[in-house]
Design a protein around this ligand. Structure first.
Ligand code: UDP
Length: 495
C-alpha cells in the first residue's frame, strides 16, 4: 500500500551515524514512504552510489544537498565528516558548523513537496528539534544505539549509582533484566567525561543532547525484537514510542551495495579482499576492525598485530592510523610484519568493505570495538565476536554480546580510551590477551561450538526480522501508520 508519509532524514555526518541512516532510508522507502535525506556535497559523493542505485530501482528517495561551512569553523576545506577531522580536538567545531545547516534547511523546507510528515534526525543534532517545532512536524530521533544502552543510560541517569563508586569498583547496573556488572571507568562520556579541557566542553554538549532527546516524539532503533526483547520491553516503559526496525545493514542485498557501503571507493579493496577470502578455509578467518574513529596508539596497534600473528589464525587487520599513520607504517616496515604474515594476514589501509567481508563464508570471527553498528553487523554475520570496546557506549555493547547474546570473548579492556589522540597514551591490552581471546573463539571445543551455535541462531533471527511480516518489517509499517494517524489528527484539529 502506498503511504502519504514523507520522512525528512537528517543524519550526523559521521560514518557510524550516516551509514545506518542511509540504510534506514532504503528500508523506509521500500515500504513506500517518501524519504528525503539531507546531506552535504562531499558526503553525497562518498555515500551516494548506494542511494542513487536505490532511486534508480524505483524507491522514492531524494537527496537534499546543503553546503557545509567547514572553513568558517576552522576546519580544513572539504572536511565534512567526523572521520575526516585532522584531530578529534576539532569535534566541537564540527558540531558548530553542522548547526549552521539549520538556516539553509529552513529556507528550503517549504519547497519540499509533499510537506514532510515527520523528521527523523540524529539525536546529536539538537537544533533539528527547533526546525521540527517551527514546521509543526513530529521530531523522531535516531540514536544509533541498542535498547540495552538506552535502558542502562536511563537507569543510570535516574539512580546516579555511578556517582557513589570508585573508578574501578564493579557495581551492578541498576534495573536491567539481567545482573550485569560494570565499572565507572567503562561508562560512556555522559557518566565518565574525562578530565581534559575538550572533555569538559563535550560534557556540556552531551548534557544538552540528553535533555533534548527526552522530549522527542519517538525513537527509531537499529535493533530487532528477537535480539534484546526484554530490554526493548523495559525501555518501552520509559519511552512509549520505540520502533526497533533493524538490523539496517540487511538492506544491502547485493555485493555492490555491500562493497560501497560507507565509501564509493572501496570497490578495488573489495575485489582483492574477496579473492583472498575465497582462498581460505570456511570459518577460519579473523576480521579485526575497530570502527571508523578508533586510532590505536602505536604501542597498542603493535600488540594487536602481534597478537593476531601469534594466534596462528588467518586474519584481516584494518589499519586506521589518523595522525599516527606514519609511526605505525614505520613499525610495519622495520618489524617486517607484513612480509612475515604474507599469505596468512592481510592489511587493509583506510576503508574496509566491512559488511561484504563479514558476509563471506571464510569468516570465523570478528574482532570488534563494539560500536553498535559493528556489533549488530557481527550478529548478522552469524560469527562469534572478540570484543575490545574503546569509547562511548561500547562497553555496554560488549556486555550485551558477552552476557545477553552469549556469542563473544572479551580481550579484557578495562576502561574507555580517550578519542582525542593527544589524551591517549600507552596500551591496555597485551598481545597475549589478543592471542588468547582469538584462540578461545576459534576453539573447536564445547564452548566454542556453543558460541557458534548461538551466533548462527541470531543470524537467522536477524534475517527473519526484515522479511515480509518479520518483526522489524512490521515495526516499520507501525511507524508509518503512527505518522499517518498523527497527520490526520493534526489536520482534524486544525479544521
Ligand atoms: N565501517 C566500514 N569500514 C571501515 C570502518 C567502519 O564499513 O573500515 C563501517 C562499519 O561497517 C559500521 C560503521 O562503519 O557500519 C562504524 O560504526 P560503528 O558504530 O561500528 O563504530 P564507530 O565507527 O562509530 O566507532
Amino acid at each position: 500500500m502506498a503511504s502519504n508519509v514523507h520522512v525528512l532524514m537528517i543524519p550526523l555526518m559521521c560514518p557510524g551515524h550516516l551509514i545506518p541512516m542511509v540504510d534506514m532510508a532504503k528500508l523506509m522507502a521500500q515500504q513506500s514512504a517518501t524519504v528525503t535525506v539531507v546531506i552535504t556535497p562531499r558526503n553525497a559523493a562518498r555515500f551516494g552510489a548506494v542511494l542513487h542505485r536505490a532511486v534508480a530501482s524505483g524507491h522514492p528517495i531524494r537527496i537534499l544537498q546543503l553546503q557545509f561551512p567547514a572553513s568558517e569553523y576552522g576546519l580544513p576545506e572539504g572536511c565534512e565528516n567526523v572521520d575526516d577531522l585532522p584531530s578529534f580536538k576539532l569535534t566541537k567545531n564540527f558540531f558548530d558548523a553542522t548547526a549552521k545547516l539549520q538556516e539553509p534547511l529552513e529556507k528550503v523546507f517549504n519547497d519540499l513537496k509533499p510537506k514532510p510528515s515527520c523528521m527523523i534526525s540524529d539525536k546529536h543534532l539538537t537544533w533539528t528539534e527547533d526546525v521540527a517545532r517551527k514546521f509543526e512536524i513530529p521530531w523522531v530521533i535516531f540514536d544509533g544505539m541498542s535498547c540495552f544502552t538506552q535502558l542502562a543510560t536511563h537507569n543510570l541517569c535516574v539512580s546516579k549509582v555511578h556517582e557513589r563508586v570508585g573508578d574501578f569498583d564493579p557495581f551492578l547496573l541498576p534495573g536491567l533484566p539481567d545482573n550485569i556488572t560494570m565499572t565507572k571507568s567503562q561508562l560512556p562520556g555522559l557518566f565518565n567525561p574525562g578530565k581534559s579541557a575538550e572533555a569538559k566542553v563535550i560534557k556540556t554538549v552531551r548534557e544538552k543532547i540528553r535533555a533534548a532527546e527526552t522530549g522527542a516524539y519517538g525513537v527509531v532503533i537499529n535493533s530487532f525484537e528477537e535480539l534484546e526483547r526484554r530490554y526493548i520491553d523495559e525501555y518501552r516503559k520509559v519511552k512509549q514510542k520505540v520502533w526497533c526496525i533493524g538490523p539496517f545493514s540487511q538492506s544491502n542485498k547485493n555485493d555492490l551495495d555491500k562493497a560501497q557501503r560507507g565509501s564509493n571507493d572501496s570497490i578495488i579493496t573489495s575485489h582483492e579482499c574477496i579473492t583472498w577470502l575465497d582462498s581460505q578455509e570456511p570459518g577460519s578467518v579473523v576480521y579485526a576492525c575497530l570502527g571508523s574513529l578508533t586510532r590505536l596508539t602505536p604501542p597498542q596497534f603493535i600488540e594487536l598485530a602481534l597478537g593476531l600473528e601469534e594466534s596462528e589464525s588467518p586474519f584481516i587487520l584494518v589499519v586506521k592510523g589518523g595522525s599516527r599513520t606514519e609511526e605505525i607504517e614505520k613499525w610495519l616496515v622495520e618489524d617486517g610484519f607484513e612480509m612475515r604474515v604474507k599469505g596468512r594476514g592481510v592489511l587493509i589501509r583506510g576503508w574496509a568493505p566491512q559488511v561484504l567481508i563479514l558476509s563471506h563464508p571464510s569468516l570465523g570471527a570478528f574482532l570488534t570495538h563494539c560500536g553498535w553498528n559493528s556489533t549488530i553487523e557481527g550478529i548478522c554475520a552469524g560469527v562469534p565476536m572478540i570484543t575490545w570496546p574503546q569509547f562511548a557506549e561500547q562497553f555496554f555493547n560488549e556486555r550485551l554480546v558477552l552476557e545477553v547474546v552469549g556469542t563473544g570473548v572479551g580481550v579484557g579492556a578495562e576502561s574507555v580510551m580517550p578519542l582525542v589522540e593527544e589524551d591517549a597514551a600507552g596500551m591496555q591490552v597485551k598481545r597475549e590477551d589478543v592471542c588468547k581471546a582469538v584462540k578461545m573463539v576459534m576453539d573447536e571445543g564445547i564452548e566454542g561450538e556453543e558460541r557458534r551455535k548461538k551466533a548462527k541462531y541470531f543470524r537467522e533471527m536477524a534475517e527473519k526480522a526484515l522479511e515480509e511480516e518479520g518483526s522489524s518489517q512490521v515495526n516499520i509499517k507501525l511507524f508509518i501508520e503512527d505518522i499517518m494517524l498523527h497527520i490526520n489528527k493534526d489536520m482534524a484539529d486544525k479544521l
